[in-house]
Design a protein around this ligand. Structure first.
Ligand code: OGA
Ligand code: NI
Length: 350
């Protein structure tokens, strides 16, 4: 049996591997034949598009959101107040970070003396020797609560990185609160039901995903199939390169790039709190011959809070569908299952 350290000896940053140009990805990154992504699934899905500026006073828009989260668990939002120039700025500082020399980025590494930390820059945690590594490098940072930020992991270059990420955190939080309010209304819960559970002790994580170009994109995954462990996720996708795919009614479909839209999806914690009424969709990212960048903001409950369905959504006709547990116990199990490629919500069903 190899030690933790030995398991990683052959593990390189994907960005380093991509420098070797046309040579195929090493075995460690290659999916078994039966679960390789098809190069180009034929269908682009019609992800619902919700206008945030009309969400609270237009019944049709609220209805659109409500049906989107029930059947898709995912929608695109337009009409938010983040100007395109600000979204570009956020992407730009992120891109500049990944363009820094490896030695500089390693200062923020998620491996310290061979020990993996959740926050930081690098690959996913390696739980098993035969775990297949995804074709991405990422930077994972806790952004809220502010007093829990570990600034050692926050890039100092480009110089505006920290400031822009802080601003993005504040601005996207307002979007989250609007959406949570509309979601609570659609379930006939108190308007602040979800907002009050995502108060100042709740945790928000930013995951910057960098998917280098790949010489054989159909052999690997950018991110393997998964559902998110969050309450909800706001994704800032690459402005040009597609890659995100959604499992809908048994088929993989491409999620299109809509200019200046943000993508919101429900996570496992929301599926549980809504007692299965809202779906946390299974999705994956395929690699590409072009590089791709995205930023996911994960909103999660306070780790000390119980994760359970809202009381009024449980009755004789719809009994409680999930085991109750503390959020931190859920997340610990979630991350282990995520890296091993298990679709996470199944294990919590009663
Ligand atoms: C994620 C994720 C999608 C993307 O980070 O959990 O699903 O398009 N990202 O990068
Ligand atoms: Ni995801």
């Amino acid at each position: 049996m190899g030690s933790e350290k030995e398991k990683r000896v052959d593990l390189k940053l994907v960005q380093e591997l991509a420098k070797s140009g046309r040579s195929p990805p090493p075995e460690r990154y290659v999916r078994p034949e039966q679960d390789r992504p098809k190069c180009d699934p034929p269908v682009t899905c019609d992800v619902p598009i919700v206008d945030l500026s009309r969400l609270l006073d237009d019944e049709d828009e609220a209805q659109k959101l409500s049906s989107a989260v029930r059947s898709w668990g995912l929608f695109q939002i337009v009409g938010h107040d983040l100007p395109p120039s600000f979204l570009d700025e956020m992407r730009d500082v992120a891109r500049k970070f990944f363009q820094l020399p490896t030695e500089v980025k390693q200062k923020y590494s998620n491996l310290k003396q061979g020990q993996f930390t959740l926050e930081g820059y690098g690959n996913d945690f390696v739980a098993k020797e035969d775990q297949i590594i995804d074709w991405n490098d990422h930077l994972y940072l806790l952004v809220q609560p502010e007093d829990k930020r570990k600034l050692d992991y926050w890039p100092e270059s480009p110089t505006s990185f920290r400031e822009i990420l802080h601003e993005y955190t504040m601005k996207t939080r307002r979007i989250t609160e609007l959406v949570l309010l509309a979601l609570a209304k659609s379930l006939k819960l108190d308007e602040d039901y979800f907002i009050s559970r995502l108060d100042h002790t709740a945790e928000v994580f930013a995951r910057f995903n960098y998917y280098p170009s790949c010489s054989r994109p159909n052999l690997v995954f950018g991110i393997k199939p998964h559902s998110d462990g969050s309450v909800m996720t706001i994704l800032l996708p690459d402005e040009q390169v597609e890659g995100l795919q959604l499992l809908k009614d048994g088929d993989w479909m491409k999620v299109p790039v809509v200019p200046n839209a943000l993508l919101i999806n429900m996570g496992n914690q929301m599926e549980i709190m809504s007692n299965g009424i809202f779906k946390s969709p299974v999705h994956r990212v395929v690699a590409n011959s072009k590089e791709r960048l995205s930023l996911a903001m994960f909103y999660a409950l306070d780790p000390e809070k119980m994760l359970e369905p809202a009381e009024s959504l449980v009755d004789d006709r719809r009994p409680c569908m999930y085991r109750k547990m503390k959020t931190k116990d859920f997340l610990e199990a979630f991350f282990k299952k995520f890296v091993e490629g298990e679709i996470t919500i199944e294990w919590l069903r009663v």
